[in-house]
Design a protein around this ligand. Sequence first.
Ligand code: ATP
Ligand code: MG
Length: 355
Amino acid sequence: MTTKPRILTGDTPTGRLHLGHWVGSLENRVALQNDYDCFFLIANMHAFTTRADKPDEIRESTLEIVKDWLACGIDPDRSTFVLQTEIPAIAELSWYLAMLLPFNRVMRNPTLKHELETKNLGDNYSFGFPMYTVGQCADILIFRPELVPVGEDQLAHIEPCREVARRFNQLYCGVDPQINDADYVQAGGVFPIPAGKVGRVARLIGTDGKNKMSKSLNNAIFLTDSFKQIKKKMGGLYTGRTAMDEPGDINNALFDYVRAFIRDPERVAELERKYAAGDNIGDGHIKVEVAEAIDQLLEPMRKRRAPYEGKDGDEKILNLLRHHTQQANDAAEETLYLAKKAMKLDFGPRKIVLE
Ligand code: ATP
Ligand code: MG
Protein backbone atom coordinates (compact mmCIF):
# COMPACT_ATOMS: atom_id res chain seq x y z
CA MET A 1 0.00 0.00 0.00
CA THR A 2 1.31 3.39 -0.94
CA THR A 3 0.96 6.34 1.40
CA LYS A 4 0.91 8.93 -1.35
CA PRO A 5 -2.15 11.19 -1.46
CA ARG A 6 -4.72 10.05 -3.98
CA ILE A 7 -6.23 11.42 -7.17
CA LEU A 8 -9.49 10.33 -8.72
CA THR A 9 -10.80 11.54 -12.04
CA GLY A 10 -12.16 10.04 -15.21
CA ASP A 11 -14.07 10.15 -18.45
CA THR A 12 -17.44 8.99 -19.74
CA PRO A 13 -17.21 6.56 -22.68
CA THR A 14 -19.51 8.53 -24.97
CA GLY A 15 -16.81 8.83 -27.65
CA ARG A 16 -13.07 9.26 -27.99
CA LEU A 17 -10.99 11.77 -26.10
CA HIS A 18 -10.31 15.20 -27.56
CA LEU A 19 -8.08 18.22 -27.11
CA GLY A 20 -10.39 19.65 -24.42
CA HIS A 21 -9.68 16.58 -22.31
CA TRP A 22 -5.96 17.01 -22.86
CA VAL A 23 -5.68 20.64 -21.76
CA GLY A 24 -8.45 20.36 -19.15
CA SER A 25 -7.46 17.21 -17.34
CA LEU A 26 -5.22 14.63 -19.07
CA GLU A 27 -2.14 16.81 -19.05
CA ASN A 28 -2.48 17.18 -15.26
CA ARG A 29 -3.00 13.46 -14.82
CA VAL A 30 0.21 12.63 -16.66
CA ALA A 31 2.15 15.23 -14.69
CA LEU A 32 0.81 14.19 -11.29
CA GLN A 33 1.05 10.42 -11.56
CA ASN A 34 4.47 10.35 -9.88
CA ASP A 35 3.47 12.23 -6.78
CA TYR A 36 -0.03 10.83 -6.31
CA ASP A 37 -1.63 7.41 -6.12
CA CYS A 38 -3.89 7.82 -9.14
CA PHE A 39 -7.25 6.23 -9.89
CA PHE A 40 -8.66 6.91 -13.36
CA LEU A 41 -12.28 5.97 -13.88
CA ILE A 42 -14.22 5.06 -16.99
CA ALA A 43 -17.79 6.07 -16.22
CA ASN A 44 -19.34 3.37 -18.39
CA MET A 45 -22.42 3.10 -16.18
CA HIS A 46 -23.01 6.84 -16.57
CA ALA A 47 -22.69 6.55 -20.35
CA PHE A 48 -26.00 4.68 -20.19
CA THR A 49 -27.74 7.75 -18.71
CA THR A 50 -27.95 9.24 -22.21
CA ARG A 51 -27.24 6.18 -24.40
CA ALA A 52 -29.08 3.23 -22.93
CA ASP A 53 -29.87 2.05 -26.46
CA LYS A 54 -26.22 1.98 -27.56
CA PRO A 55 -24.37 -0.71 -25.58
CA ASP A 56 -22.05 -1.54 -28.50
CA GLU A 57 -20.93 2.05 -28.81
CA ILE A 58 -20.33 2.34 -25.07
CA ARG A 59 -18.18 -0.80 -25.08
CA GLU A 60 -16.18 0.41 -28.06
CA SER A 61 -15.64 3.85 -26.52
CA THR A 62 -14.54 2.24 -23.27
CA LEU A 63 -11.67 0.49 -25.03
CA GLU A 64 -10.84 3.56 -27.12
CA ILE A 65 -10.61 5.75 -24.05
CA VAL A 66 -8.18 3.39 -22.33
CA LYS A 67 -6.11 3.44 -25.53
CA ASP A 68 -6.24 7.24 -25.48
CA TRP A 69 -5.01 7.26 -21.88
CA LEU A 70 -2.07 5.04 -22.76
CA ALA A 71 -1.40 7.23 -25.80
CA CYS A 72 -1.25 10.30 -23.55
CA GLY A 73 1.39 8.72 -21.35
CA ILE A 74 -0.72 7.50 -18.45
CA ASP A 75 1.27 4.61 -17.02
CA PRO A 76 -0.73 1.49 -16.06
CA ASP A 77 2.06 0.36 -13.74
CA ARG A 78 1.74 3.48 -11.64
CA SER A 79 -1.97 4.29 -11.92
CA THR A 80 -5.11 2.21 -11.40
CA PHE A 81 -7.80 2.08 -14.09
CA VAL A 82 -11.31 1.80 -12.73
CA LEU A 83 -14.12 0.29 -14.78
CA GLN A 84 -17.15 1.74 -13.04
CA THR A 85 -19.60 -1.11 -13.77
CA GLU A 86 -17.27 -3.67 -12.18
CA ILE A 87 -16.91 -1.90 -8.85
CA PRO A 88 -20.13 -2.68 -6.95
CA ALA A 89 -19.07 -0.57 -3.97
CA ILE A 90 -19.60 2.56 -6.10
CA ALA A 91 -23.27 1.75 -6.74
CA GLU A 92 -23.81 0.92 -3.08
CA LEU A 93 -22.18 4.09 -1.82
CA SER A 94 -24.28 6.09 -4.31
CA TRP A 95 -27.41 4.97 -2.46
CA TYR A 96 -26.15 5.99 0.95
CA LEU A 97 -24.97 9.38 -0.36
CA ALA A 98 -28.28 9.96 -2.18
CA MET A 99 -29.93 9.99 1.24
CA LEU A 100 -27.73 12.91 2.29
CA LEU A 101 -28.24 15.10 -0.79
CA PRO A 102 -31.39 17.23 -1.01
CA PHE A 103 -33.29 16.50 -4.25
CA ASN A 104 -33.62 20.20 -5.12
CA ARG A 105 -29.92 20.73 -4.61
CA VAL A 106 -29.16 18.07 -7.23
CA MET A 107 -31.66 19.43 -9.72
CA ARG A 108 -30.36 22.99 -9.36
CA ASN A 109 -26.81 21.98 -10.28
CA PRO A 110 -25.79 24.41 -13.07
CA THR A 111 -23.80 21.83 -15.05
CA LEU A 112 -26.75 19.45 -15.02
CA LYS A 113 -29.08 22.19 -16.25
CA HIS A 114 -26.63 23.19 -18.96
CA GLU A 115 -26.22 19.59 -20.12
CA LEU A 116 -29.99 19.16 -20.35
CA GLU A 117 -30.04 22.15 -22.70
CA THR A 118 -26.97 21.50 -24.87
CA LYS A 119 -27.60 17.77 -25.23
CA ASN A 120 -31.21 18.43 -26.25
CA LEU A 121 -32.55 16.13 -23.59
CA GLY A 122 -35.67 18.27 -23.08
CA ASP A 123 -38.22 16.87 -20.63
CA ASN A 124 -37.62 13.30 -21.69
CA TYR A 125 -34.39 12.61 -19.88
CA SER A 126 -34.17 9.41 -17.89
CA PHE A 127 -34.44 9.22 -14.12
CA GLY A 128 -30.86 7.99 -14.26
CA PHE A 129 -29.59 11.21 -15.82
CA PRO A 130 -29.77 13.44 -12.73
CA MET A 131 -28.74 10.41 -10.67
CA TYR A 132 -25.35 10.53 -12.32
CA THR A 133 -24.51 13.61 -10.29
CA VAL A 134 -25.01 11.57 -7.10
CA GLY A 135 -23.14 8.64 -8.60
CA GLN A 136 -20.25 10.95 -9.34
CA CYS A 137 -19.95 11.79 -5.64
CA ALA A 138 -19.59 8.07 -4.96
CA ASP A 139 -17.12 7.58 -7.85
CA ILE A 140 -14.90 10.13 -6.20
CA LEU A 141 -15.37 9.40 -2.51
CA ILE A 142 -15.01 5.63 -2.77
CA PHE A 143 -11.31 6.23 -3.44
CA ARG A 144 -10.94 8.90 -0.74
CA PRO A 145 -8.88 11.22 -2.97
CA GLU A 146 -7.55 14.63 -2.04
CA LEU A 147 -7.46 15.95 -5.58
CA VAL A 148 -9.79 15.69 -8.58
CA PRO A 149 -8.31 17.07 -11.84
CA VAL A 150 -11.24 18.22 -14.03
CA GLY A 151 -12.29 20.79 -16.60
CA GLU A 152 -14.17 23.86 -15.45
CA ASP A 153 -17.55 22.41 -16.47
CA GLN A 154 -17.17 19.69 -13.86
CA LEU A 155 -16.26 21.94 -10.92
CA ALA A 156 -19.94 22.41 -10.11
CA HIS A 157 -20.20 18.64 -9.74
CA ILE A 158 -17.39 18.52 -7.22
CA GLU A 159 -19.21 20.92 -4.93
CA PRO A 160 -22.03 18.45 -4.00
CA CYS A 161 -19.33 15.84 -3.50
CA ARG A 162 -17.57 18.07 -0.98
CA GLU A 163 -20.87 18.87 0.71
CA VAL A 164 -21.93 15.26 1.02
CA ALA A 165 -18.50 14.24 2.34
CA ARG A 166 -18.73 16.88 5.08
CA ARG A 167 -22.26 15.83 5.93
CA PHE A 168 -21.38 12.14 6.10
CA ASN A 169 -18.38 12.80 8.33
CA GLN A 170 -20.40 15.03 10.65
CA LEU A 171 -23.39 12.73 10.86
CA TYR A 172 -21.78 9.31 11.14
CA CYS A 173 -18.25 10.00 12.35
CA GLY A 174 -18.99 12.76 14.86
CA VAL A 175 -16.75 15.34 13.16
CA ASP A 176 -17.26 18.89 14.40
CA PRO A 177 -18.85 21.00 11.59
CA GLN A 178 -16.65 23.95 12.55
CA ILE A 179 -13.32 22.40 11.52
CA ASN A 180 -11.43 23.14 8.32
CA ASP A 181 -11.93 20.99 5.24
CA ALA A 182 -8.32 19.83 5.42
CA ASP A 183 -8.77 18.37 8.92
CA TYR A 184 -11.77 16.06 8.45
CA VAL A 185 -9.85 12.78 8.21
CA GLN A 186 -7.64 13.59 11.17
CA ALA A 187 -10.77 14.35 13.16
CA GLY A 188 -12.10 10.85 12.49
CA GLY A 189 -13.98 11.33 9.21
CA VAL A 190 -14.01 8.53 6.63
CA PHE A 191 -13.81 10.88 3.68
CA PRO A 192 -11.37 13.69 2.88
CA ILE A 193 -13.02 16.79 1.40
CA PRO A 194 -11.61 16.56 -2.14
CA ALA A 195 -10.54 19.63 -4.09
CA GLY A 196 -10.99 20.14 -7.84
CA LYS A 197 -7.92 21.00 -9.89
CA VAL A 198 -8.57 22.72 -13.20
CA GLY A 199 -6.07 22.29 -16.03
CA ARG A 200 -3.99 24.76 -18.03
CA VAL A 201 -7.07 25.65 -20.09
CA ALA A 202 -10.19 25.51 -17.94
CA ARG A 203 -12.64 25.24 -20.82
CA LEU A 204 -11.47 24.73 -24.38
CA ILE A 205 -13.99 25.98 -26.87
CA GLY A 206 -15.10 23.63 -29.66
CA THR A 207 -14.52 24.11 -33.39
CA ASP A 208 -18.06 25.52 -33.60
CA GLY A 209 -16.54 28.55 -31.80
CA LYS A 210 -19.50 28.50 -29.39
CA ASN A 211 -19.83 25.56 -27.00
CA LYS A 212 -17.26 23.80 -24.88
CA MET A 213 -15.46 21.17 -26.96
CA SER A 214 -17.41 17.97 -26.24
CA LYS A 215 -17.42 14.41 -27.44
CA SER A 216 -21.14 14.57 -28.01
CA LEU A 217 -21.52 17.99 -29.68
CA ASN A 218 -19.74 17.31 -32.96
CA ASN A 219 -17.25 20.12 -32.37
CA ALA A 220 -14.17 18.19 -31.24
CA ILE A 221 -10.66 17.59 -32.51
CA PHE A 222 -9.91 14.07 -31.31
CA LEU A 223 -6.53 12.89 -30.08
CA THR A 224 -6.70 10.30 -32.87
CA ASP A 225 -7.41 12.77 -35.70
CA SER A 226 -4.98 12.91 -38.63
CA PHE A 227 -3.25 16.13 -39.68
CA LYS A 228 -5.70 16.36 -42.59
CA GLN A 229 -8.70 16.12 -40.27
CA ILE A 230 -7.20 18.64 -37.85
CA LYS A 231 -6.55 21.12 -40.69
CA LYS A 232 -10.09 20.71 -41.99
CA LYS A 233 -11.66 21.22 -38.56
CA MET A 234 -9.47 24.25 -37.79
CA GLY A 235 -10.32 25.64 -41.22
CA GLY A 236 -14.01 25.56 -40.32
CA LEU A 237 -13.58 27.70 -37.19
CA TYR A 238 -15.58 30.86 -37.84
CA THR A 239 -14.06 34.20 -36.85
CA GLY A 240 -16.03 36.64 -39.00
CA ARG A 241 -12.80 38.38 -40.14
CA THR A 242 -12.55 38.90 -43.88
CA ALA A 243 -9.26 40.58 -44.81
CA MET A 244 -5.57 40.31 -43.88
CA ASP A 245 -5.42 43.99 -42.96
CA GLU A 246 -8.56 43.99 -40.82
CA PRO A 247 -7.74 44.40 -37.10
CA GLY A 248 -8.80 41.16 -35.38
CA ASP A 249 -10.06 40.29 -31.91
CA ILE A 250 -7.39 38.36 -30.02
CA ASN A 251 -10.01 37.11 -27.60
CA ASN A 252 -11.80 35.13 -30.27
CA ALA A 253 -11.95 31.32 -30.40
CA LEU A 254 -9.05 31.10 -32.86
CA PHE A 255 -6.74 32.84 -30.40
CA ASP A 256 -7.86 30.56 -27.60
CA TYR A 257 -6.38 27.82 -29.78
CA VAL A 258 -3.25 29.86 -30.52
CA ARG A 259 -2.58 30.28 -26.79
CA ALA A 260 -3.48 26.68 -25.95
CA PHE A 261 -1.36 24.94 -28.58
CA ILE A 262 1.46 27.16 -29.86
CA ARG A 263 4.02 26.61 -27.15
CA ASP A 264 6.51 29.36 -28.03
CA PRO A 265 5.37 32.42 -26.02
CA GLU A 266 7.24 34.81 -28.31
CA ARG A 267 5.46 33.50 -31.38
CA VAL A 268 2.11 33.78 -29.57
CA ALA A 269 2.86 37.40 -28.65
CA GLU A 270 3.89 38.16 -32.23
CA LEU A 271 0.71 36.63 -33.65
CA GLU A 272 -1.42 38.57 -31.15
CA ARG A 273 0.29 41.83 -32.05
CA LYS A 274 -0.03 41.35 -35.80
CA TYR A 275 -3.62 40.15 -35.59
CA ALA A 276 -4.76 43.03 -33.38
CA ALA A 277 -3.12 45.51 -35.79
CA GLY A 278 -4.37 43.81 -38.98
CA ASP A 279 -0.73 43.65 -40.02
CA ASN A 280 -0.89 41.51 -43.15
CA ILE A 281 -1.93 38.30 -41.48
CA GLY A 282 -4.74 36.00 -42.59
CA ASP A 283 -6.90 33.75 -40.43
CA GLY A 284 -6.18 30.87 -42.80
CA HIS A 285 -2.46 31.12 -42.13
CA ILE A 286 -2.94 31.13 -38.36
CA LYS A 287 -5.30 28.17 -38.56
CA VAL A 288 -2.66 26.12 -40.41
CA GLU A 289 -0.02 27.11 -37.89
CA VAL A 290 -2.28 26.01 -35.03
CA ALA A 291 -3.08 22.74 -36.86
CA GLU A 292 0.66 22.06 -37.18
CA ALA A 293 1.21 22.70 -33.47
CA ILE A 294 -1.65 20.33 -32.60
CA ASP A 295 -0.24 17.72 -34.96
CA GLN A 296 3.13 17.96 -33.20
CA LEU A 297 1.44 17.44 -29.85
CA LEU A 298 -0.43 14.38 -31.12
CA GLU A 299 2.44 12.70 -32.97
CA PRO A 300 4.00 10.97 -29.90
CA MET A 301 0.49 9.94 -28.84
CA ARG A 302 -0.04 8.18 -32.19
CA LYS A 303 3.19 6.27 -31.68
CA ARG A 304 2.29 5.15 -28.15
CA ARG A 305 -1.17 4.09 -29.32
CA ALA A 306 -0.01 2.01 -32.28
CA PRO A 307 0.62 -1.27 -30.36
CA TYR A 308 -2.97 -1.24 -29.11
CA GLU A 309 -4.75 -0.84 -32.45
CA GLY A 310 -7.01 -3.58 -33.83
CA LYS A 311 -8.41 -6.77 -32.29
CA ASP A 312 -5.11 -7.79 -30.67
CA GLY A 313 -4.95 -4.37 -29.09
CA ASP A 314 -8.49 -4.78 -27.74
CA GLU A 315 -7.43 -8.03 -26.06
CA LYS A 316 -4.46 -6.30 -24.43
CA ILE A 317 -6.77 -3.58 -23.10
CA LEU A 318 -9.31 -6.08 -21.75
CA ASN A 319 -6.55 -7.94 -19.90
CA LEU A 320 -5.24 -4.72 -18.47
CA LEU A 321 -8.71 -3.69 -17.30
CA ARG A 322 -9.26 -7.06 -15.67
CA HIS A 323 -6.08 -6.81 -13.69
CA HIS A 324 -6.85 -3.26 -12.63
CA THR A 325 -10.43 -4.08 -11.66
CA GLN A 326 -9.12 -6.32 -8.90
CA GLN A 327 -6.88 -3.53 -7.59
CA ALA A 328 -9.71 -0.99 -7.77
CA ASN A 329 -12.14 -3.30 -5.96
CA ASP A 330 -9.67 -3.86 -3.15
CA ALA A 331 -9.41 -0.11 -2.58
CA ALA A 332 -13.16 0.54 -2.99
CA GLU A 333 -14.24 -2.28 -0.67
CA GLU A 334 -11.98 -0.94 2.03
CA THR A 335 -13.69 2.46 1.89
CA LEU A 336 -17.18 1.00 1.69
CA TYR A 337 -16.55 -1.05 4.80
CA LEU A 338 -15.30 1.99 6.70
CA ALA A 339 -18.37 3.95 5.60
CA LYS A 340 -20.79 1.16 6.54
CA LYS A 341 -19.08 0.70 9.87
CA ALA A 342 -19.63 4.39 10.59
CA MET A 343 -23.30 3.86 9.67
CA LYS A 344 -23.61 0.90 12.08
CA LEU A 345 -23.80 -1.47 9.12
CA ASP A 346 -20.65 -3.39 9.88
CA PHE A 347 -21.70 -6.92 9.18
CA GLY A 348 -18.24 -7.95 8.12
CA PRO A 349 -15.80 -6.75 5.44
CA ARG A 350 -15.97 -8.60 2.13
CA LYS A 351 -13.50 -9.30 -0.63
CA ILE A 352 -14.41 -9.29 -4.29
CA VAL A 353 -12.46 -11.89 -6.22
CA LEU A 354 -12.67 -12.12 -10.00
CA GLU A 355 -13.01 -15.65 -11.30
P1 ATP B 1 -19.81 14.54 -23.07
O1 ATP B 1 -20.11 15.45 -24.22
O2 ATP B 1 -20.27 13.12 -23.27
O3 ATP B 1 -20.23 15.12 -21.74
P2 ATP B 1 -17.19 15.55 -22.65
O4 ATP B 1 -16.46 15.88 -23.89
O5 ATP B 1 -17.80 16.65 -21.87
O6 ATP B 1 -18.24 14.43 -23.03
P3 ATP B 1 -16.45 14.17 -20.25
O7 ATP B 1 -16.15 12.70 -20.26
O8 ATP B 1 -17.80 14.63 -19.77
O9 ATP B 1 -16.21 14.73 -21.73
O10 ATP B 1 -15.32 14.95 -19.43
C1 ATP B 1 -14.11 14.34 -18.98
C2 ATP B 1 -13.20 15.39 -18.34
O11 ATP B 1 -12.68 16.31 -19.31
C3 ATP B 1 -13.93 16.27 -17.32
O12 ATP B 1 -13.04 16.55 -16.26
C4 ATP B 1 -14.23 17.53 -18.08
O13 ATP B 1 -14.35 18.66 -17.24
C5 ATP B 1 -12.99 17.65 -18.97
N1 ATP B 1 -13.33 18.37 -20.20
C6 ATP B 1 -14.23 17.96 -21.13
N2 ATP B 1 -14.32 18.85 -22.14
C7 ATP B 1 -13.45 19.85 -21.82
C8 ATP B 1 -13.09 21.08 -22.48
N3 ATP B 1 -13.63 21.44 -23.64
N4 ATP B 1 -12.17 21.89 -21.88
C9 ATP B 1 -11.61 21.54 -20.68
N5 ATP B 1 -11.90 20.38 -20.03
C10 ATP B 1 -12.81 19.56 -20.58
MG1 MG C 1 -19.13 16.19 -20.24
